[in-house]
Design a protein around this ligand. Structure first.
Ligand code: NAP
Length: 260
């Protein structure tokens, strides 16, 4: 008799932290559903993972900032007869610059992707997890979740949502056998930097950057342990710990100066 392998759905698995999280799952013999906009890249990953790890990889191409996307993702996996044991809400982007000069449509897309897609996917996939009495949800937040972030105001606010939402759900869902983890990386070398126009920000030039592989390993391990908040890296942990004890006015001023 063959036993069915567990299955993980990873959003934004074509690069950076999401790619490394998918690799963590694949290397532990977990089937993967990859969700992002770039089908060619997902097919490349499928070929690589299926031959290297002997698992099944199912790509699904979609723009998650589209309002109907989460429902379409859920309908697709249901139509394929896939039960999602691990949901990894990773896709997200930032935007560096003053809010008043920003493109409003880009801010709206960020909120739709970083918040609404994550919230809706969680709502859909948690129902079958509850029926089964088990499941893991890993939401990628950020160290940005812990304080306000002038000149990246919307991004920081979206990550504050992800952290708060994940913490609350971890309490609600634990009695139902589902563990929720918020992964809160600090600056990490990925495509995020160019996409957010952060190349010259002190966030990436002054602070120690972690690698996506390190972040993903920490996130994956914490998800398995059912740890609620994971901040990868001692420097990031220390900064967040210090910011808890400092006056909020001081923290937001320091963040402004680091980011400039
Ligand atoms: N890098 C950092 O310093 C850092 C720090 C803290 C938190 N984070 C968070 O980590 C997560 C992953 O970011 P990353 O650093 O790995 O950045 P990345 O290399 O730019 O990866 C972003 C991923 O999201 C996908 N994506 C973007 N927009 C999408 C959309 N509209 N629909 C579907 N998929 C979309 C991209 O795939 P396609 O382009 O193929 O669609 C890509 O796979 C994000 O939530 C980010 O906020 C990053």
């Amino acid at each position: 008799m063959t036993t069915k392998r567990p299955c993980a759905l990873i959003t934004g698995a074509t690069s950076g932290i999401g790619y490394e999280l998918a690799k963590q799952c694949a290397s532990k013999h977990i089937d993967c559903v990859l969700v992002s906009r770039n089908i060619d890249k997902m097919n490349e990953i499928k070929t690589d993972f299926e031959s290297t790890y002997n698992i099944t990889v199912t790509p699904f191409q979609i723009d998650l900032s589209d309002e109907t996307a989460p429902q379409r993702v859920f309908d697709f996996t249901t139509s394929q007869g896939l039960h999602i044991d691990i949901l990894i809400n990773n896709a997200g982007f930032g935007d560096f610059g003053p809010f008043d000069a920003s493109r409003l449509e880009r801010q709206n897309n960020m909120v739709r992707l970083n918040i609404l897609a994550l919230m809706n996917l969680t709502h859909y996939y948690v129902q079958p997890m509850i029926q089964k009495g088990s499941g893991r949800i890993l939401n990628v937040a950020s160290t940005a979740a812990f304080q306000a972030g002038p000149i990246m105001s919307v991004y920081y606010a979206t990550k504050a949502f992800v952290l708060s939402f994940s913490e609350s759900l971890s309490v609600e869902l634990k009695p139902k056998g589902i563990f929720v983890t918020a992964l809160c990386p600090g600056p990490t070398k990925t495509g995020f930097v160019e996409n957010a126009n952060l190349q010259r920000s002190g966030l990436f030039t002054n602070l120690k950057n972690t690698t996506a592989e390190f972040v993903a390993k920490k996130g994956y391990q914490s998800m398995l342990k059912g740890k609620v908040i994971e901040i990868p890296g001692l420097a990031n942990k220390t900064l967040i710990c210090m910011s808890k004890f400092a006056p909020r006015k001081l923290v937001r001023t320091v963040i402004l100066h680091i980011q400039k």
